[in-house]
Ligand binder design. Sequence first.
Ligand SMILES: NC(=O)C1=CN([C@@H]2O[C@H](COP(=O)(O)OP(=O)(O)OC[C@H]3O[C@@H](n4cnc5c(N)ncnc54)[C@H](OP(=O)(O)O)[C@@H]3O)[C@@H](O)[C@H]2O)[C@@H](O)CC1
Ligand SMILES: Nc1ncnc2c1ncn2[C@@H]1O[C@H](COP(=O)(O)OP(=O)(O)O)[C@@H](O)[C@H]1O
Ligand SMILES: [K+]
Length: 504
Amino acid sequence: MKRIYTVSQAREADVRTSQLHKIPGLVLMERAALSVSDYIEDKYAKRTRILCLAGTGNNGGDAMALCRILFVRGFDVSYCLLGPESRLSESAKIQYQSLLSYGLSSLAVEETDFKSFDLIVDGIFGIGLSRDIQHPLAELIGEVNASGRPVIAMDIPSGLNADTGAVMGACIRASETFSFQFLKPGILLGQGRSVCGQVHLPEIGIDAIETGATLPVCLALEREDLDGFLTDRDATGNKGSFGKVLVVAGSEEICGAAVLSSQAALLSGAGMVRVYTHEKNRTVIGTAFPEALITTYGNSWSKDEIKEAMDWADSILIGPGIGRSDQAREMLDFVLSDPALPAVIDADALNLLSEEPNSLLKPHGKWILTPHMGEMARLTGKGISWLKEHALEAAETFARDYQVDLILKDATTVTALPCGRTYLNSSGNSGMATAGSGDVLAGLCAGYLAQKINPEEVAAYAVFIHGMAGDLAAAKKGKGAMIAGDILEALPQITRDGGAIVAV
Ligand SMILES: NC(=O)C1=CN([C@@H]2O[C@H](COP(=O)(O)OP(=O)(O)OC[C@H]3O[C@@H](n4cnc5c(N)ncnc54)[C@H](OP(=O)(O)O)[C@@H]3O)[C@@H](O)[C@H]2O)[C@@H](O)CC1
Ligand SMILES: Nc1ncnc2c1ncn2[C@@H]1O[C@H](COP(=O)(O)OP(=O)(O)O)[C@@H](O)[C@H]1O
Ligand SMILES: [K+]
């Protein structure tokens, strides 16, 4: 599991390390530069022409320290200092003076042809970027990007907001990013994934900070974390003991969502799935998914029937394809009046809730909400572009205010828990932007909930596994051709192998 630190958390960790362990910032800077120079030495020949672009802050200090180390190691390296000497931070000034002592002075940037270098190092801005980049640096960044040369970004590509992933005026498009010690949210959110390239996380000796109510922990799951998630299936278990899922899905006009979500619930390992749907769907669901139990309603639905199904179930999923009719609203109200049943609330159920979000405030147990950005916009009244720039904050606030697990689906899905812990998902790909993909995720969540597998963290793990299945589907079919059924089909490939879950 990787830690993700916001700018203020990264700064707090730096200060803490310096104060508690008496390690000066210069030592951390040296280690940051060493981690990149070791990498360059492994990957590039000594004749490689390298240009380090250095701003006046500590990010520039990192780049100048790197320039010195590479020079001492025999590389053909130069640097451009992008700003007056008078603006240099304390540590950057020391790095600059050290370079001068080796006889290395800064190239004049206006006379520098970026194309004449084989590798460019971006140390213009790091986490200290505080406003939009403007002329002339914005044009310079454009020229670096247009040069077509590989770029290694120190800490974060210059111009990327480290907290949100928004591009601030202009942004370096890096082929590789060395994020020192901790990931930053902006590397995964917003434009981060498209401008960071391959991300490295070198240890440079910064202490992890203790995090509490004021500092929520943000994490990224990795494949190894799944080892402890799915426990061995009890050899003596039966279909009743492996969890029963009630899926309230589909309506008179819509059927596919019910099939996809209920199949995902069963493929998660749950013992039984019962679909509660409109009678018109019985034949289609029975044919497409003969393993499902099916209970149907017609023009009117029966409270007794759905209550009986809820009493039977260990978890419920409500929403995919239920529409926004009065009937759907009544069913949703009834289902949510049972605080004991763990529930996944998806799709149309979220749209219905957005008409009266206060109903989320009534007492409840485990509720997982799975909005995409459009549904989140309706739930919160905020615009989609605002939400995209504030995904982390929006998800954390919603989870805390309504005491629900909030899965905010996007290219990088944010899962926020009411306790303050948040996950940014790193699996998955753009091929998953295909109709029905979200239904599969909702079914997975309900399936794991019914099995009572690590209920606290189940939402984040389901998102990660869903993304892994999407990656397998993309490998097999291609991102353009894969459909939600391919994600379903890939789920069984994520299997246990000697205690470790591996994608085969
Ligand atoms: N501390 C540690 O222990 C370690 C820290 N490390 C490194 O330090 C980095 C953080 O360094 P930092 O705080 O000095 O900020 P940095 O990103 O260099 O930029 C600040 C300068 O930019 C300026 N500026 C901002 N926006 C601007 C704009 N749009 N256009 C123009 N100017 C703008 C700003 O000016 P001001 O806002 O004050 O006017 C200031 O002069 C971090 O990312 C990592 O690489 C590593 O060495 C590991 C150990
Ligand atoms: N570019 C992308 N990269 C990774 N995952 C994506 C991307 N686009 C969409 N997804 C994932 O695909 C799923 C789409 O869900 P949703 O929008 O609810 O689809 P639907 O309503 O059609 O089922 C979500 O889990 C989302 O995180
Ligand atoms: K940078």
